[in-house]
Design a protein around this ligand. Sequence first.
Ligand code: GDP
Length: 324
Amino acid sequence: MTGASTYDLTGKRVFVAGHRGMVGSAVVRRLASENCTVLTADRRELDLTKEEPTLRWLEANRPDVVVHAAAKVGGIAANNNFPVDFLCDNLALELSVIRASHAVGVRRLLFLGSSCIYPKHAKQPMAESELLTGPLEPTNEWYAIAKIAGLKMCQAYRRQYGDDFISVMPTNLYGRGDNYHPDHSHVPAALIRRFHEAKLANAPSVSVWGTGTPLREFLNVEDLADACVFLLKHYSSDQPINVGSGDEVSIAEFAMTIAEVVGYEGSLIFDTSKPDGAPRKLLDSSRIQVLGWRATTSLREGLASAFEDFLQGHGRHFTVSRAS
Ligand code: GDP
């Protein structure tokens, strides 16, 4: 079962929920080259965690397609420190957006999950069938449980009502519009910022969290956006589908690549008081590859353009310091 299907986006009204986030904004950029109308709602205009206003907004704007990219996201420390926000905000967003989409008769909905839905010791690379086969990684289980609930909602609406709602599980992401908060960000944004600031300050060393041994797969967010458009057009199934790049590196190698991209020449110090998280998270992306899609951005070129975007101020929660 490949889930292959055909859906034409031409002339459709596509609502991107979460269009200010890293993923949502990339999806909006990618949809600009499709012949469709992109709908977005400003946060001041609509609180997507509230079902009534969300329902009214969807009734008034009548999208054919919804991309649910609105989420409370953050790195390993944020997940650990704000379990209520990661669990409850994400559940509230899913209940509101997915239920309201059903209520107004949305034809296609794409729900964005995460590779952290798979068990901590899942078989690697992780196929979609690893879902719910073992305990989760404790540092992000709050977020993972909410994302599993979201994909189960999509499956439930398909089973009970025949709604064409799909779930997409991306691997670790980076790129334009990332969150550069020093403590709450994911590792790519955290290290881009820390190495850049260390370079400007001529600091002899930079701290990298954990042992440096965990393995992660990184995907540029523009590639994910391209995969989302591809899946909207070509995939229909109750089974979630993975989107990875195959670019797997240890955190130590990843940190060295960022140091090179940023031009930082000092040394790296591994802070083992900080958690490593999952030992390895490599997705098995063979299902989307069989359908005909592959990531095209190499890690080094993607990080170089993420750094350029960072310098241009295309990120959140930070002010870029520049050498005078
Ligand atoms: P995860 O994939 O859910 O663990 O997400 P993260 O992107 O937060 O972390 C990935 C890995 O990078 C973990 O092993 C972290 O310990 C490691 N890491 C190293 N330095 C940092 C940092 O400054 N910030 C974050 N968030 N992670 C870091």
